[in-house]
Design a protein around this ligand. Structure first.
Ligand SMILES: *Cc1c(COP(=O)(O)O)cnc(C)c1O
Length: 453
């Protein structure tokens, strides 16, 4: 056991009180982390994987501290969740106050203020100034399931179109909506019926402008599904797991327009892109679209589990009473956290910070790209930026290189996540609370890992 680890207090305080530094006092994983990983292997189902082989004990600002006393730079935010920073003081205070007041009544049994306040806030900050309503759930997948239920009830139609490279969750219906087989679907069928897949705009690989890409998708929808049968199309305005794919300008507006003309509900899945992540409160704002329904989760509550469907009041009200809900949906502690987080998003300069991070990350990655043809594409918005790695000779995706760079970065104390249908994308999702210095140091490590790979 290293001496630095022994100087750790029993329960190091998280949040911004943690020293903002990369500090390696053991190899990764250190002995205490390895002990937890061994217990995990024995006790936790093998299907639940992990990216960084660490035993986390505290996190805040831009770092995660492990049980061996290592401090890792966090460029993943627990998959875009701790956008305002881990254990943000306003979230901690709100949670502590609420947990001492009451922990649960079930909103469907005895309603409470914080749920209604979250709904009001979501109705206010989501795109469009039409009358809106919201319903709260526990996870992103559950929100997506409910958005589909609502759209079907409202339209009286059944089919749903999702897109190539789309990711919408791991429950049965959302597996059907998700594109990628391994690891999300393989062996888990049969999947829900009446789900169809349309081609996405993927400028780096299809070379199409937004209008042409939309025409292709709409033609497929009209010929293979038919607007008369179609309840909804669901799309991530910028794809998350699928590879941080930013559609060409004009693609999303053309889809929205077609939906309006054909009584089809347009659902924007903003579970990963929402809440300041892209430098706008919602990615739909980047593209000037107003979705009929929007699903949110991840960044919504500073790390507590909460999700929502928000949308046009007449659509949201289509369900009979008792048709929507769930025992824990809109739990009061999660709602208190969300109100604190939304306050931070709106009042503490989060949109500006996301744009500053975009400038730093894009600058660093474009420098890498200029010097190394294996960096095929650099894309994204705000603090949601990715690099796609390719074989320079053929342009083919290079998943092995991507995995090697990510693994080496983590071993050097920088947590990065990969994504993409072809597994050849490294995505950068730092908390907005990260310092510029840490962000640069993290990118130094990634650049060195790439040079060595
Ligand atoms: C993460 C994610 C989901 C699923 O959310 P869970 O909370 O993991 O169920 C759905 N859609 C998108 C775009 C996501 O990024």
């Amino acid at each position: 056991m290293s001496s630095a680890a022994d100087t750790l207090t029993e329960t190091p305080l998280g949040g911004p009180t943690l020293p903002q530094e990369r500090r390696l006092v053991t190899s990764i994983p250190g002995p205490r982390s390895q002990e937890l990983l061994d217990r995990k292997a024995d006790a936790v189902a093998a299907g639940v994987g992990h990216t960084a082989p660490v035993h986390a004990v505290a996190a805040g600002g831009g770092v995660i501290v492990d049980a061996d006393g290592n401090s890792l730079i966090d460029l993943g935010s627990g998959i875009a969740v701790t956008t305002i920073g881990n254990a943000h003081p306003k979230v901690v205070a709100a949670v502590q106050a609420q947990v001492a007041q009451f922990t649960h009544t079930c909103f469907m049994i005895a309603p409470y203020d914080s749920y209604v306040s979250v709904a009001e806030a979501l109705n206010r900050i989501t795109p469009g100034d039409h009358a809106k309503k919201s319903a709260l759930f526990n996870s992103g997948a559950e929100a997506v399931e409910n958005a589909v239920k609502i759209a079907r009830k409202y339209t009286g139609k059944q089919a749903v179109v999702a897109f190539d490279h789309g990711y919408h969750g791991r429950t049965n219906l959302t597996m059907a909506l998700t594109a990628k087989s391994m690891p999300y679907k393989s062996g888990f069928g049969p999947f829900a019926s009446e789900i169809y897949r349309a081609p996405l705009s993927y400028p780096y690989r299809d070379g199409l402008d937004g209008g042409l890409a939309a025409k292709k998708a709409i033609s497929m929808i009209e010929k293979q599904v038919g607007a008369d049968n179609l309840a909804a199309i669901i799309i991530e305005p910028i794809q998350g797991e699928g590879g941080f794919i930013v559609p060409a300008d004009g693609f999303l507006p053309a889809l929205v327009e077609w939906c309006r003309a054909n009584d089809v509900v347009f659902i924007a899945d903003e579970i990963q892109t929402g809440f300041a992540r892209t430098g706008e409160m919602f990615a739909s704002d980047l593209f000037g679209i107003v979705p009929d329904l929007i699903t949110t989760a991840k960044g919504i509550a500073g790390g507590l589990p909460l999700a929502a469907v928000t949308g046009r009041a007449e659509i949201m009200d289509a369900s009979h009473a008792g048709g929507l809900g769930g025992t824990y949906g809109g739990n009061p502690i999660a709602c208190a956290a969300a109100l604190a987080a939304i306050d931070v998003f709106e009042n503490d300069g989060m949109l500006e910070r996301a744009r500053e991070i975009e400038t730093i990350l894009k600058g660093r990655l474009k420098d890498l790209q200029a010097a190394d043809p294996r960096v095929g594409d650099v894309r994204g918005h705000g603090a949601m930026i990715a690099a796609e790695f390719v074989d320079p000779a053929t342009g083919e995706p290079d998943a092995a290189l991507t995995a090697a760079v990510a693994k080496a970065s983590i071993a050097q104390g920088v947590i990065v996540l990969t994504c993409g249908t072809y597994g050849n994308v490294i995505r950068f999702l730092p908390p907005l609370s990260i310092t510029d210095d840490l962000l640069h140091e993290g990118m130094d490590v990634v650049a060195a890992a790439l040079a060595a790979a």
